[in-house]
Design a protein around this ligand. Structure first.
Ligand code: AMP
Length: 382
């Protein structure tokens, strides 16, 4: 019997989950999202919407009453409320998994306990503790807020002891941790899926290029050695085995100068670095997530066509939709998220540049450079 799917979060990830769900009519009859933004991206492609804060207990309860199965596209959901609702409504990934992942310290402690490689870290509760840790670990290190941080906004790099006060002031009142600064060679990620029956599937490792802490571009598959590829995919598989959650997870990693792979962090949801799968793979990460939480067999995750994903970021503050002018080509797939408000650096769309003719990654990178030169992002005329 087909189910009503509830999604906490109706941004671009909720939108692409909605679109994937609409192609699974036998399994999913209706999609309802909970999101505070009126006319959120998911609602614009046909999801029903409950307009409320992601953590609003009554709204989450209402969503659970209306849904047969709940999932989420943000990690800042209210895991305590979800835990209470778990008896009556299926929730995947489970609230227990969410609770561990949404707190960076619990996440790192969990990974360490399971012998998964990560950077050295510590809990910090006072300036004295921070001073002691700096003496022990050395500098530079990153002071991180444990919860609700994204796009690097909860991180402060401490290079000198004289910066301690500024760093602590910035995050005053927040639960904190510190982490040794990793002089990484590359940032990579693996999108991994585990279905409710315990079947695990990983997508090939991809390479992520960030600018100002925001993902700019994903190169799929990543340009890494065979050794790094194997390490990354094995780490992802092991993480999925110990985490027990069902669904798609984005596992971000560092590759060190010695070709060692460390986990940076796990997202308990579909991930920006998996958007390439919409064109590069037979099964997109969005379809895979739905297959995983519905207990279906997982789809093929191999890359058919190498692809580069390029994020379109909002150029400024603007009430209204943007649209993009670019040199059109058959192998370029533009996806705009229909956001009705833009802020500088906000993700408003992405492009997948697909190598169907086996031209090679260097040629794709040239095409991206060309595309960037001619890309115009301007307010959409209504
Ligand atoms: P996060 O929000 O913690 O994933 O961090 C955002 C970005 O900060 C990452 O993509 C890295 O570029 C950088 N970063 C985070 N943790 C570390 C670390 N321990 N060492 C070096 N860079 C880091």
């Amino acid at each position: 019997m087909s189910k009503v799917l509830g999604i906490i979060g109706g941004g671009q990830l909720g939108m692409m989950l909605t679109e994937a769900a609409q192609d699974m009519k036998d399994e999913i009859s209706k999609i309802i999202v909970l999101d505070p933004t009126k006319n959120c991206p998911a609602s614009k492609v046909g999801a029903e919407q409950i307009i409320a804060d992601f953590k609003d207990e009554n709204a989450i309860k209402k969503l659970s009453e209306l849904s047969d199965i709940i999932t989420y596209e943000i990690e800042s959901g209210n895991s305590d409320v979800l835990k209470k609702l778990e008896e009556n409504t299926e929730i995947n990934p489970s609230p227990d998994t969410l609770r561990i992942i949404q707190d960076k310290l619990l996440q790192k402690q969990f990974l360490k306990k399971n012998n998964i490689a990560i950077a050295e870290f510590a809990k910090i509760e006072s300036k004295e503790e921070l001073n002691q840790i700096i003496d022990k670990m050395g500098l530079p290190l990153l002071l991180k807020t444990r919860r609700d941080a994204y796009d690097g906004r909860g991180n402060y790099r401490i290079n000198l002891k004289s910066e301690i006060d500024d760093a602590l002031d910035l995050f005053s009142g927040k639960a904190l941790m510190v982490e040794k600064f990793v002089e990484f060679e590359k940032e990579v990620s693996v999108i991994a899926a585990r279905n409710t029956k315990g079947e695990i599937m990983t997508y090939p490792v991809v390479e992520n290029i960030h600018e100002n802490n925001i993902l700019r571009m994903t190169i799929a598959p990543g340009r890494v050695s065979e050794n790094v590829r194997k390490q990354a995919e094995q780490i992802a598989e092991k993480t999925m085995k110990v985490l027990h959650g069902a669904g798609v997870f984005g596992i971000e990693m560092f590759v060190t100068q010695d070709d060692e792979v460390l986990i940076n962090e796990i997202a308990p949801r579909v991930h920006n670095s998996g958007h390439h799968t919409l064109q590069s793979c037979n099964t997109s990460q969005f379809e895979q997530h739905l297959r995983a939480i519905l207990g279906m067999n997982l789809g093929n995750s191999s890359i058919k066509h190498p692809t580069i994903m390029y994020n379109i970021l909002g150029p400024g503050t603007f009430q209204g939709e943007y649209h993009v002018l670019y040199k059109k080509s058959e192998n370029i797939h533009l996806k705009m998220y229909g956001k009705l408000e833009s802020k500088p650096q906000r993700k408003i769309g992405h492009m997948n540049i697909v190598d169907k003719e086996n031209l090679g990654m260097d040629e794709l990178l040239n095409q991206i450079e060309d595309l960037k030169k001619n890309l115009v992002i301007e307010p959409k005329q209504t």
